[in-house]
Ligand binder design. Structure first.
Ligand code: ADP
Length: 483
């Protein structure tokens, strides 16, 4: 399979409007997780280049914020259109470096592009307020202004969309962005920079730095010019970035880990619940922060649900994401495989049973069998930790109060899902779940129109929707006297 436009796979970083080519030995190799082959190299950059990017962003941001919202919107719209025009190539690059099936990768490009489209539209709707004054001769005005230079750090599970969900609102609001993509998947980020340049995003406004995460992250968080850090990744690194940002009092946007419960009540449509579980659990091979991590099934329907789920999951084809009909690719790396194995071993040691899969796939490498465990209990590691792989553990529960207590018994609070038909129960459970997002009778909730984000250790702030752009603005109060 070949790229139509080979200039989109660029072995270079984009810093302050100039391209820095990868030159050995200061490079990071990027491998294809399906084959282990090296796709190419990106430069290994550090603090000096990060400072340079931040300084260029500071200058570019002032000019960019001075443009009208419509002018910014037009450029973002062009970026969106270029992404869609190059959807096949961007999807191929994504599959090569991330492993997800090509159809899913192309779906991510459309999803990622939709954030640029949405925020190109929202750019023109950042309204302020005029508030009646507290004294006869005064009026109170509220302006919303761009926060300034933003530092972004993104993960490998959505190499395109996790970037656009941040860059879209930031640029729409009039901010500049310095981005450090995950080292496993930098080529999707670089391709976005190629298209940003073509769309007319001014030099320096959007930089993509590859290389040492800790060095680049340290500079981004310490540098006083950076006014906001937006991060998607693990809670551990998120907390570290939060601490590093404290001395310069930065605004933080954090999309961190989850431990999503997926609850099936006895009044649920079981076939619909199975379909929802397939999407919520196995999308991206279980490697999303909103993936169902714990599946709770009410006692009366437990066996029936387990059987239906096993039948459906057994049909999912595993393989190289470029091959026809494949719906599950490899896991991202050996560490990811080890975590799934650890959770399975722990659960089996404490009395769970394997109903499907349970081991590394015959394809080798980082391929893993789709796995279902039954008889899972709260003492098992999978109840507390995010597996981030193709493991569906089935817990049994008695009643509503029991399952709500179990579902909320976690430090995380990102996504949650439940299937039920009783309207009063739907309302009660949706209110009782301590999560930023609740999917009722659906396993798929992410879209540009809706606010994505979590509570507790799952993070701060919301991405997407009309709320997403607010995260990149500051409120300024102007008191006009002498009227
Ligand atoms: P994951 O386990 O999903 O890889 P991480 O939180 O480790 O999640 O990584 C998410 C992003 O954070 C990646 O881009 C990674 O390079 C970056 N990262 C990892 N460690 C640091 C750090 N110390 N400072 C800044 N960024 C980091």
């Amino acid at each position: 399979m070949k790229l139509k436009d080979t200039t989109l796979l660029r072995q270079a970083a984009y810093v302050a409007g100039r391209w820095i080519e990868a030159k050995a030995p200061a490079v990071v190799a990027v491998t294809n997780p399906a084959t282990g082959e090296v796709i190419g190299n990106v430069p290994r950059l550090g603090a000096a280049e990060t400072r340079e990017a931040i300084e260029a962003a500071r200058v570019a941001q002032v000019e960019w914020a001075g443009r009208t919202a419509k002018e910014r919107s037009v450029i973002l719209r062009r970026w969106f259109e270029l992404m869609m025009a190059n959807q096949d190539d961007l999807g191929l690059i994504l599959t090569l470096e991330q492993g997800k099936p090509l159809a899913e990768a192309k779906g991510e490009i459309a999803y990622g592009a939709s954030f640029i489209e949405w925020f190109a539209e929202e750019a023109r709707r950042v309204y302020g307020d005029i508030i009646p004054g507290h004294q006869r001769d005064k009026r109170i005005m509220v302006l919303k202004q761009p926060i300034g230079v933003v530092g972004a750090i993104t993960p490998w599970n959505f190499p395109n969309a996790m970037i656009t969900r941040k860059a879209g609102p930031a640029l729409a609001a009039g901010c500049a962005m310095v981005l450090k993509p995950a080292s496993q998947t930098p080529f999707s980020a670089i391709a976005l920079a190629v298209l940003a340049e073509r769309a007319g995003v001014p030099a320096g406004l959007f930089s993509v730095l590859t290389g040492s995460a800790s060095e680049i992250g340290a500079e981004m968080t310490a540098n006083p010019t950076v006014r906001k850090i937006t991060f998607t990744g693990s809670t551990e690194i998120g907390a570290q970035l939060f601490a590093q940002s404290a001395p310069t009092i930065k605004k933080l946007g954090l999309e961190l880990g989850g431990n999503a419960p997926f609850i099936v009540f006895d009044d649920a449509d079981l076939d619909a619940a199975v379909e929802g579980a397939l999407i919520a659990k196995f999308r991206n091979n279980g490697q999303t922060c909103v993936c169902a991590n714990r599946i709770y099934v009410q006692e009366g329907v437990y066996d029936a649900f387990a059987e239906k789920l096993a039948t459906a999951v057994a049909k999912l084809k595993i393989g190289n994401g470029l091959d026809d009909g494949v719906v599950l690719g490899p896991l991202i790396d050996d560490k990811a495989v080890a975590k799934v194995e650890e959770h399975i071993a722990d659960a089996l040691g404490k009395g769970a049973q394997v109903s499907l899969g349970g081991k590394r796939h015959a394809l080798g490498g980082t391929f893993f069998e789709t796995t279902i465990l039954t008889g899972v209990t709260p003492e098992m590691a999978v109840a507390r930790e995010e597996t981030f792989g193709p493991l569906a553990p089935l817990f049994a529960f008695k009643d509503e109060a029991d399952v709500i207590a179990q579902a909320n018994d976690t430090e995380f609070g990102l996504a949650s899902y439940f299937y039920a038909r009783d309207l009063a129960r739907v309302w009660r459970v949706a209110e009782a779940l301590e999560y930023g997002m609740v999917g009722v009778n659906t396993g798929l909730i992410s879209t540009a129109e809706a606010p994505f984000g979590g509570v507790k250790s799952s993070g701060l702030g919301r991405e997407g929707s009309k709320y997403g752009i607010e995260e990149f603005t500051e409120i300024k109060y102007v008191c006009l006297g002498g009227i």
